[in-house]
Design a protein around this ligand. Sequence first.
Ligand SMILES: [Zn+2]
Ligand SMILES: [Zn+2]
Length: 270
Amino acid sequence: MKIKLTNIEDTRNQAVTQILDELEKKKKEAVSSGDEELANNCWRESEALKLNIRYIEAFDKIKSRKYRDAWNDLERCEIDADSIERNSDSNFVINSRCRFIKDKVEKWQSLYPYCVFVSPGFKVGYYTCSICNHKVRPRSRCSHVKGKIYGGELCVHVAHDLEFLEVSIVTKPVQKYSVLHNDETLDFSLIDYLSSFLDNAFEDWVAHWTRMSFAIERFSQVDPSDDCPCKSGKKFEECCINEKEISIPHVDFQFFKDIPDEKANVRFPY
Ligand SMILES: [Zn+2]
Ligand SMILES: [Zn+2]
């Protein structure tokens, strides 16, 4: 059974759950018969399918202006696409749309107005390997590499005896879930504008970031105590108020209306 997977209706198809169940079953059988390669293939197929579903859901949420929910889905996509890429050859990464999704997730994220995040700090007692339960110490490691798959399971290091230390406010977080903004106060017009031109999560587009200069006269309405139009984050009076021109960040979107055949015709499981 192969299914088409491009829009939100496709993701709700009963067959999706069926395929995922079958892959899980096949993986278990492969593990018990010692066929590691087959088990890993099942993991890949299943993860790529789930990644596509999550990306389509994120796109759907962007279209319905649920920006924060979409953000969380995009972050999950980023993490999962990295795991798939680390454990697959480039053919699989391209043909399962994993490369496309990874690239687009980064571009969507760059259009979000989020810039500060909460990052909790922990002191970790010790880590164990999720594959063999070995206690990982600098001089005592098992043969498993973190982030690689073994018998269809992703190796992670599980932290134990966590001691909470502090919360820091950061601009480049390890994970991007904990956004420290109130969405009500933010401007999502770029995302809105872009998504209004896209009917489908797999249509290709490119954002070109540039700056455009405008004569100072155009900003006569801006109060000196307002934020500077150049988006430096400073007040107008402390920034460009005495310049002849103000340079403003500008983005051009380029669209490629046709979904390339190789993406439109992908059937899952790949
Ligand atoms: Zn191990
Ligand atoms: Zn300025």
